[in-house]
Design a protein around this ligand. Sequence first.
Ligand code: GLU
Length: 418
Amino acid sequence: MSEQANPFESLQEQIDDASAYVDADADVLARLKHPERVLETNLSVEMDDGSVEVFEAYRSQFNGDRGPYKGGIRYHPGVTRDEVKALSGWMVYKCAVVDIPYGGGKGGIVVDPDDYSESELERLTRSFAEELRPLIGEDRDIPAPDVNTGQREMNWIKDTYETLENTTEPGVITGKSPDSGGSAGRVAATGRSTMLTAREAFDYLDRDIAGADVAVQGYGNAGWIAAKLIHELDANVVAVSDSSGAIYREDGFNPVDVKHHKNETGSVTGYHNADQELSNEDLLTLDVDLLVPAALENAIDGDLAEEVSADVVVEAANGPLTPDADDVLAESDVYVFPDILANAGGVTVSYFEWVQNRQRFYWTEDRVNEELERVITDAFDNLVDTYESTGAPNMRTAAYVVAIQRVLEAYEEGGNWP
Ligand code: GLU
């Protein structure tokens, strides 16, 4: 593999690519390529043995023209300042593509949570929440889960914030568990929007998703739910993977059984019903109808893209394709339906959670799923209309055109301050 792309540079390149199709001055567009502010902090956390460890942590608030900053917090040893900046920018354009009233933000801590006990992770999370407290709030910046964080961490952040502020404000954070003010349907939402995007994409391309061969890279929350819901459309999930490797079965897997195996053993590999085991790279180059990258950034670079044999790619992860990979796949007529639409279900149901928190009135899971389907299918239709009317080279650029126009409208209506 060639040298890893810097995700922040990838984001800036994506904005540049779309700028050619947007009627705006260069100075205004330049604003869209840089975060408004980034918090960099070092958290001193007491370990169970009494020692103190220091963790680097970030929160980037990229753009707030359309509403409060919004986006998850990830715990990963590979977190960097530039990665968090990129992820916060992707949130701006994601919220704009699905037209929910938020800007974009993102946070991260450089940590491998597997190396720490639950009480150490709780102290780490509460320490970050304390640092974030002046920056966040239900009308200011609303964090959420991301890679390696979930309901548990969100509940701790909510509790820390509410305790320090001496209030109840569940809408300060989303992705909480239902008893702490979470929404029905939030956990499955990212996988659900991935499925909806794949369904709409196949329909748009006049192909049958029933019977289609599908490979899913990554079996975390987004990947496994996407595999399950796409399987429920009668597609054939022939390959899945996680960081331990990939498994392949010509007749397709039952994703729920594979998930049980992963819950028991810690990985998808070793699953008894597989024909063979593959590497993650082999999975990404399988000759399938649909490929769903659902792990981390830069899964497919320009070199690997030359070997991708899928017809359609639907991105459940954030930033899984580098700009070079985009160019190669567009040349070979592979349709890529971008992350900022396909995985937007997570933040869309976060928005529903925030609305419910503010109204103190909770919806059924059916209502959540119906509203989510409406948001994603409307955004999909708008995306393909823009793709066709602008002549943009690929769906990602078209998605950025939609998103940038919306952000610019809000900015222009408000004017520059001071
Ligand atoms: N981390 C998710 C994302 O990348 C969800 C963000 C949110 O719910 O605010 O879209």
